[in-house]
Each structure stands twice: as structure tokens, then as C-alpha cells.
Design a protein around this ligand. Structure first.
Ligand SMILES: NC(=O)c1ccc[n+]([C@@H]2O[C@H](COP(=O)([O-])OP(=O)(O)OC[C@H]3O[C@@H](n4cnc5c(N)ncnc54)[C@H](OP(=O)(O)O)[C@@H]3O)[C@@H](O)[C@H]2O)c1
Length: 435
């Protein structure tokens, strides 16, 4: 049998501790599958005394992750600290620069520095594997990078943040407001004390940046992504969506259009009978549309120590087997710069909820403004949908579903309706994704 693969792990939190336990538990199976043993020989975290539920007594302890990354005693550096800054960035760079392979679950680091790290890996001959960075246990990175090497991907979209999907599921199933469901998510440990990063869509955007690069052979570029979170969604929207045959999900979508690659994160109406609409609670999912294939949907646990560690360990196993794939599926010099499709040119159907003032001429004014922008309506609901009440000033909810139109047409029509003073408050707009 070949010499054991020596692994150094920086970060022994939820994922790092689960990884150490899994390496022990799967020791024999890994040795058989990889043709060599996989051994964690060195670790690093902030506290040496914290109880982590794993026996680390015979493993060398480092206080500095960069020192561990450079150590000649390891073949692979596993970064499970997190964050796009220090010490994760310097440690990963140090490991790659010394020719070592790196496995990381760090979406923030990859979304910000993915291209540079891939170049560094190529230059010095190490692997850079990051299956766990998107969708944790769901093998979406390998599916795009390897499973679909021979297909042209048209679109990839997914539910990439369990916190948001939990909140939207609970709001829909129990007809509760956003704030109550967020509190419950925090109580259950699904949401952070400061949930902004998740609920405003930034976590999804980091993961989408990685998927878009893998899908389209472009450089990872988080700044190319349009981002909107879920905090403005109300139970009224969810029950109206339900009546109209839709469900609302926070989706990250990357799609090839004639104007370039559109990358966007926003609450999205998906048909209730689609695969993605069935994904409830903290579960994640991603759907890939590729030429010549029916849509391919992968569903599974997108977070949690053990789920994430399973993807990290599969990346380590690839290195033990001697498998090397370019980090983003092709040499970094072949990654194209992103031709960003502007959001104003986004084309699709829209759900619009307005509070129309109850006076003569309101409906005609709204219809005129939509017609001026050449927006046609698939349906109009003026009766009160389940759970939507008339407002105190007598305004009546009107729900419009448009046929495919452009984002700027919708924005212009609604701005004009606002100036006409025939509605109260701000209109709610949710994009509809064809699926
Ligand atoms: N948890 C998930 O469900 C999940 C899912 C997908 C991806 N990920 C990614 O996996 C990575 C790790 O996440 P996690 O949930 O395991 O995080 P975590 O529980 O917060 O653990 C972070 C670990 O890093 C160590 N650390 C922090 N600063 C350090 C420093 N300056 N020097 C040395 N060690 C340091 C901490 O040490 P102490 O323990 O001593 O404080 C801790 O062991 C992140 O990139 C995250 O985005 C996590």
C-alpha cells in the first residue's frame, strides 16, 4: 500500500471536529477505497483546551494556521476556519505556495479570491478542492466540474441557504410573519444572532459566484451578482402565490442570455409542481439545465458539521487517490471574464402586489401605465386572496401576474403608477422563474 496521506486541519469547530471523527470512523473504508491510509497528523484552532468530542492526544498541535500550512509534515492542508480574510487567506496561500493540496469549505474566501488561489494551485502543482463550500453534502461542485464536463450548461439555480428556506417554509405553512419565523430559526440555531448575511442574500451570492464560474467557465466574480433578500416577503405574498400555483423561494440563479451571464439572488416564484418547489425547511437544492438533458436537480443537507465534513472528506479522498482537476474545471488562464447581463434587461414574468386606492379610475390608470410599457397580464386577482385583508385606508390588494417582460419596463410602470397616486405604500415585486 502507498504511504499514508498526511492531513493537517486548521479549524476544529462544527466542521473540523466532525471531520476528525469521520476520518477515524471511516479509517478502514478510506484505506481500501483510496489505496492508502488517510491520517490527520496535525491540527490547529484558537483554544487548545476546548472539549471537541474527538481524541486529539496523538495529533500535533499548532497555534498558527500559517505555520501548519507550511509544515513539511503534511501533504494536504484543510482550511476550516472560515472568512475571506486572515488567517484563512494567508494559510491557504502558504499551503498552495509550498506545493501542497488544499481542501476548504470556505465560500467567502473562494468568492473573493477564487481566481488567484486557483492560479497559485496551478503554479505550484497542488489541488484546490472545495466541494463543501456550496450546498455542503450535495455534490454540486463535482457535478458541474466533472459530471457535466461534456455538456453545455444553460442555467444553474438553487436554494443555497437553509436559513432562508426554513423561514419561507414556516411562513407559508403556518401563515406567520417573517420576524416570528426568523426568531424561531434563531432559537433552533438555524440563524445567526445577526442574520443579515443570510436573509439579505449575501451567503447565497457567494455560493452562486462559485457555481456560475464552474457552470460557464468564467472567473468568480461576486460583484457581478444582483442581490435581494427575503425580509420584505409577507404571508400575504405566500398565500397569493399558493392560490396562483406558485411557491416563493430565495433562489440564486446564473443563466446564459444573449446579453451575457445573468447572476442574481432574489425571492423567486417557482411553480408549485417543480422539483425545486418541493424543497422545504433547511434543505438545499440545485437544478442544472444543460443542453440535451432534462433538468438535473440535486437535493440534500446544505449545512451542519457532519454533512459538510462528508464533502470535505470526499475532497481529501480524491487527493489520496491522486485525482487532480483544475479548481474551476479548466485552466485558470482559460476562465473568461464575466460579461455581465444588466438586471434592467432581465426578462421574465413578474408577480406584482399593489394596494390600489378604492376610487373610480384606479384600475384604468394601472392598466394604462402597464400598457405604456407593453406589459401584458396573464392574470389579475382583485378579490381578496386568503390572508390578505383590506388596509385601513380602504385600499384593496390587487395581484398582477405578467407575461414575460423586462425589469426596466416593470420599474417604469410602477414608478408612474406611484406618481399617479392610485396606490398606497410600495408595490411588492417578485420575479417568476420558468421551471
Ligand atoms: N457549519 C456549517 O454548516 C458549514 C456549512 C458549509 C460550509 N461551512 C464552512 O466551513 C468553515 C468552518 O465552519 P464551522 O461552522 O466549522 O466554523 P466554526 O464552528 O466557527 O469553527 C471555526 C474554527 O476555526 C478556529 N479558528 C478561528 N480563528 C482561528 C485562528 N485565528 N487561528 C486558529 N484557528 C482559528 C476556531 O477555533 P476555536 O474552536 O478554538 O474557537 C474553530 O475551531 C467555514 O468556512 C464555513 O463557511 C460551514
Amino acid at each position: 500500500m502507498a504511504a499514508p496521506l498526511k492531513v493537517g486541519v486548521a479549524g476544529l469547530g462544527n466542521v473540523g471536529a466532525a471531520l476528525a471523527a469521520q476520518v477515524t470512523h471511516q479509517r478502514e473504508a478510506l484505506a481500501v477505497r483510496c489505496g492508502r491510509r488517510v491520517e490527520i497528523v496535525a491540527v490547529c484552532a484558537r483554544s487548545k483546551t476546548k472539549e471537541r468530542g474527538v481524541d486529539l492526544r496523538r495529533i500535533k498541535w499548532f497555534t498558527d494556521p500559517v505555520e501548519l500550512a507550511r509544515s513539511p509534515e503534511i501533504d494536504v492542508f484543510v482550511e476550516l476556519i472560515g472568512g475571506a480574510g486572515e488567517p484563512a487567506k494567508s494559510a491557504v496561500e502558504a499551503a498552495l505556495a509550498s506545493g501542497k493540496s488544499v481542501v476548504t469549505a470556505n465560500k467567502a474566501l473562494l468568492a473573493k479570491h477564487g481566481l488567484r488561489l486557483a492560479q497559485l494551485a496551478e503554479k505550484h502543482g497542488g489541488a484546490l478542492n472545495f466541494e463543501a463550500a456550496v450546498g455542503a453534502a450535495i455534490p454540486i461542485v463535482k457535478t458541474l466540474r466533472e459530471g457535466l464536463s461534456g455538456n453545455a450548461v444553460q442555467r444553474v439555480y438553487g436554494i443555497l441557504n437553509g436559513t432562508c428556506n426554513y423561514i419561507l417554509t414556516k411562513m407559508e405553512q403556518e401563515n406567520l410573519p417573517f420576524a416570528d419565523c426568523l426568531k424561531e430559526a434563531q432559537r433552533l440555531g438555524y440563524a445567526e444572532a445577526d442574520p443579515t448575511f443570510d436573509i439579505e442574500g449575501h451567503d447565497t451570492a457567494q455560493k452562486l459566484a462559485i457555481l456560475a464560474s464552474l457552470a460557464f467557465g468564467t472567473r468568480v466574480e461576486q460583484s457581478a451578482i444582483y442581490v435581494e433578500g427575503i425580509s420584505s416577503i409577507t404571508p400575504a405574498d405566500l398565500s397569493a402565490a399558493d392560490e396562483l400555483g406558485y411557491r416563493v423561494k430565495l433562489l440564486g440563479v446564473a443563466v446564459k442570455t444573449p446579453k451575457g451571464i445573468e447572476q442574481r439572488v432574489h425571492p423567486t416564484m417557482v411553480r408549485k409542481d417543480s422539483s425545486i418547489a418541493q424543497v422545504m425547511g433547511v434543505t438545499n437544492a440545485a437544478t442544472i439545465d444543460a443542453e440535451g438533458l432534462a433538468p438535473l436537480t440535486l437535493v440534500g443537507p446544505g449545512a451542519g458539521g457532519a454533512a459538510t465534513a462528508s464533502a470535505v472528506l470526499s475532497d481529501i479522498a480524491d487527493i489520496a487517490r491522486g485525482l487532480r482537476t483544475a479548481p474551476f474545471g479548466r485552466p485558470s488562464a482559460k476562465l473568461a471574464s464575466v460579461r455581465k447581463a444588466p438586471m434592467q434587461r432581465h426578462e421574465g414574468g413578474y408577480y406584482i402586489r399593489l394596494l390600489a386606492r378604492d376610487r373610480p379610475g384606479t384600475a384604468a390608470t394601472i392598466a394604462k401605465r402597464l400598457a405604456q410599457q407593453e406589459i401584458s397580464l396573464e392574470s389579475i386577482v382583485q378579490r381578496h386572496p386568503k390572508g390578505v385583508r383590506e388596509s385601513k385606508d380602504g385600499s384593496v390588494p390587487v395581484i398582477l401576474i405578467t407575461y414575460a417582460t423586462h425589469e426596466d419596463a416593470v420599474r417604469k410602470a410602477l414608478a408612474a403608477v406611484g406618481r399617479d397616486r392610485v396606490i398606497s405604500g410600495r408595490p411588492q415585486v417578485i420575479r417568476i422563474e420558468k421551471n
